[in-house]
Design a protein around this ligand. Structure first.
Ligand code: SF4
Length: 200
C-alpha cells in the first residue's frame, strides 16, 4: 500500500486523497454516526483496499457509530465488517468495488448514501460539493457538469482529480490532450494516485 500504516485514527487525515464518493461517505458517517448497509460495504471495502486491517476497521467503525451501545454494535454491525474481510460466512475475500459497479449496481434511493456523486447527485448538490472540496472556478465546474450531462461520469471524476490536484497547469496547451491521466476506473486507484503525488 501507498500509505504504510492506515489506522482507525488517521483515516480522517487521508480524506483529502479520497474520491468524491468516499469523501461523501466519510462526511455522512461523521455527521450521522451511522451508514446504511450498502454505504458501509462500499466504504469498508475501500478502506480495506487502502490498508486498514480488520482489527483497525472494527475500531474505526465502533468509534464512528458513537451513539449506539457496544452490545448493539457487536450484534448488528461487527459481523458484516468481518465478513467484508473474509472472516465470516463463506470466507470470501471481497475486493473493493470499482467505479463501474458503484455507478451501475444498487442504485441509491432517498436517504441512501452509497453510489457515485457524479452519477447519483442532483446537479445542484454535485456543484456545491465540488465547490466545497476544491473546484473554485466556474469554468471548471461547468466543464465537469457538461461531462456529467453526457454521462461520462468517470471522465468527470478524472477531471475533478486533475483540477483539485492542480495537474491542469502542466497540460501542454499545444498537445491537444484533454487529460493527463488515465481515466479513473477505481476509487482505490484514485487514492493511490493522489497519495503518490504527495509522496505519502
Ligand atoms: Fe468514486 Fe469512481 Fe464515482 Fe469517482 S467515478 S466518485 S472514484 S465511483
Amino acid at each position: 500500500n501507498v500509505v504504510d500504516k492506515v489506522t482507525a485514527d488517521n483515516v480522517d487525515q487521508l480524506v483529502g486523497h479520497f474520491p468524491l464518493c468516499m469523501q461523501h461517505l466519510h462526511r455522512k458517517l461523521r455527521e450521522l454516526h451511522h451508514l446504511k448497509h450498502f454505504a458501509r460495504m462500499q466504504y469498508n471495502l475501500f478502506l480495506k483496499g487502502i490498508g486498514l486491517t480488520v482489527e483497525e476497521a472494527l475500531i474505526f467503525w465502533r468509534k464512528s457509530f458513537s451513539t449506539i451501545t457496544d452490545e448493539k454494535f457487536q450484534k448488528d454491525y461487527a459481523y458484516n465488517i468481518r465478513h467484508n474481510y473474509g472472516m465470516e460466512g463463506k470466507r470470501q475475500d471481497y475486493l473493493p468495488l470499482n467505479c463501474h459497479s458503484i455507478i451501475t449496481n444498487k442504485q441509491p434511493g432517498p436517504g441512501d448514501q452509497h453510489g457515485c456523486p457524479f452519477k447519483h447527485f442532483s446537479e445542484d448538490n454535485l456543484r456545491a460539493f465540488m465547490a466545497q472540496t476544491g473546484v473554485r472556478k466556474d469554468e471548471n465546474l461547468k466543464e465537469i457538469l457538461d461531462l456529467v450531462r453526457g454521462k461520462h461520469y468517470q471522465v468527470a471524476c478524472t477531471k475533478y482529480f486533475e483540477i483539485t490536484k492542480c495537474l491542469e497547469d502542466s497540460i501542454s496547451r499545444d498537445s491537444g490532450e484533454r487529460h493527463l491521466m488515465e481515466t479513473i476506473t477505481h476509487p482505490n486507484s484514485y487514492f493511490e494516485q493522489s497519495a503518490l503525488q504527495l509522496d505519502l
